[in-house]
Design a protein around this ligand. Structure first.
Ligand code: CAA
Length: 417
């Protein structure tokens, strides 16, 4: 019998400060509607140098272990997905392993491919367990990132930061994966990148959207073909994508999920043949269906709109937001997930929401995680952005969180939890 494998539980960590997106728009002399309606943003997380990608990852993982009572003696793999590395050699996973005092008998590594690195790590963990190589052990996958484009750039309102930690096991209370159905699509493009030594990403913004949509079309069609072979979706009066209860997307900014959903629908509308097919001239309108977006996507974006882009973690923040909003209602229903990493690689996969999803999400206490944050002015945001990355302010960590305390002789030291 095929093993049930997937995500058992998750936890979220976010920087303790945020800026209101309308404040930012006004400070930049931009109509706030461009950032709210045009990009779909509400708030944007701001980290200070003490809240680096390591401390956010360790905080999320420690929170997961505590909230869900994870038996760390059974964890056999720790993967950190990130594009905010702090060292060319020493992985963030080894920092997290040490800070959490995890058992030594464990595989640890980082996974990098822009925003796709977390999903690549998740699939390594899922397939490790599904193959039997895990021998009953569990895996921790932590997606952690700080999205930085720089002050007064076009990307500025699409920054953010945070981490999502996932427990992967044979008890998939949140999401049982449809192992083997994943569709993937890769191409060699320069849409978004961050050369070694740079703190801010470089991006060809509009081109990056085109690359995302193009790669996701390939990934979605790959998944759909396999899902049809397995009889999970079919050509019917409902489009194949409409046969998924919800679809969660990589969310660099919330409006992107709307564009992505229209693209998935367009794939179905273009490929449909026979009596149910839509004439070419009506396809674009049918693809942009507000009703479909409202039913299948909108409720997943509650956290993303308040945190901003979290690169590798952004899809998993959407999963958290979706299950936080509708965990009970979605029990036993199939959802689709689309991961995209610039450079680029897209992966579309699916899974079935578990019956204990709402109970697991209640333990994640996401309302408190967000409510504890402090709203700061644009002046304070700019001050934080201009601080040197290697000289963190001496602030005592909040209970249960980690902070970078200092970098001494190129060695990072952390305090907290
Ligand atoms: N009221 C309402 N809407 C308005 C408006 C107003 N006053 N003014 C503009 N808008 C709308 C525009 O019509 C547009 O909507 P559509 O896309 O639906 O047409 C939207 O607001 C944005 O306007 P612009 O395209 O003019 O905005 P921009 O050129 O300043 O930049 C951006 C937008 C390209 C997304 C930029 O923020 C950026 O470069 N962001 C970073 C790159 C990014 O996130 N890419 C996503 C794909 S790559 C990826 O996913 C990987 C990753 O995580 C980075």
């Amino acid at each position: 019998m095929k093993k049930r494998v997937g995500i058992e539980a998750l936890a979220v960590a976010v920087p303790r400060r945020y800026v209101d997106i309308e404040d930012l728009a006004r400070a930049r002399g931009v109509d706030p509607a461009k950032f709210t309606a045009g990009l779909g943003a509400k708030e944007m997380a701001i980290n200070d140098p003490g809240e680096d990608s390591v401390s956010l990852a360790a905080t999320a993982a420690a929170r997961l272990i505590k909230q869900q009572g994870v038996d760390t003696s059974k964890v056999g793999m720790l993967v950190v997905g990130t594009e905010t590395g702090v060292d060319h050699s020493k992985p963030i996973a080894s920092h997290v392993h040490g800070l959490l005092k995890l058992p030594r008998s464990m595989r640890t590594f980082d996974s990098q491919h822009a925003c796709y690195g977390g999903t690549a790590g998740l699939m390594a963990a899922v397939e490790w367990i599904a193959s039997g190589a895990g021998a009953g052990r569990t895996a921790l996958v932590v997606c952690t990132d700080i999205a930085r484009y720089g002050l007064k750039t076009a990307g500025e309102p699409t920054q953010g930061g945070g981490a999502v930690a996932l427990l992967v096991s044979e008890t998939p209370d949140l999401l049982a994966m449809d192992v083997g159905l994943n569709g993937v699509c890769t191409s060699d493009v320069y849409d978004f990148w961050r050369p070694v030594g740079r703190r801010e990403a470089l991006v060809d913004g509009h081109y990056s959207i085109t690359c995302y949509l193009d790669a996701m079309a390939g990934a979605y069609r790959g998944w759909r073909e396999r899902a049809m072979e397995q009889g999970l979706v079919r050509w019917d009066s409902k489009l194949p994508s409409e046969q998924l209860a919800r679809i969660l997307y990589h969310v660099p900014f919330c409006k992107m999920a709307r564009k992505a959903h229209a693209q998935v629908r367009l794939c179905d509308l273009e490929d449909a043949a026979g009596p149910g097919s839509v004439p070419a001239e009506a396809r674009d309108e049918a693809a942009k269906s507000q009703a479909s977006y409202d039913a299948q996507v909108a409720k997943s974006l509650g956290l993303n709109a308040r945190v901003g882009n979290v690169y590798t973690a952004s899809l998993y923040l959407a999963l958290a937001g979706q299950l936080h909003a509708e965990g009970a209602a979605l029990a036993n229903q199939r959802v689709g997930l689309l991961s995209y990493g610039s450079g680029c690689c897209a992966e579309f996969y699916s899974g079935v929401v578990g019956e204990k999803a709402a109970e697991r999400m209640a333990r994640a206490d996401l309302d408190t995680v967000l409510a504890k944050r402090e709203r700061v002015s644009v002046e304070e945001y700019e001050r934080l952005m201009n601080l040197p990355y290697d000289a963190p302010e001496a602030i005592a960590p909040e209970p249960g969180t980690f902070r970078l305390a200092e970098i001494h002789e190129h060695r990072r030291k952390y305090a907290g939890a």
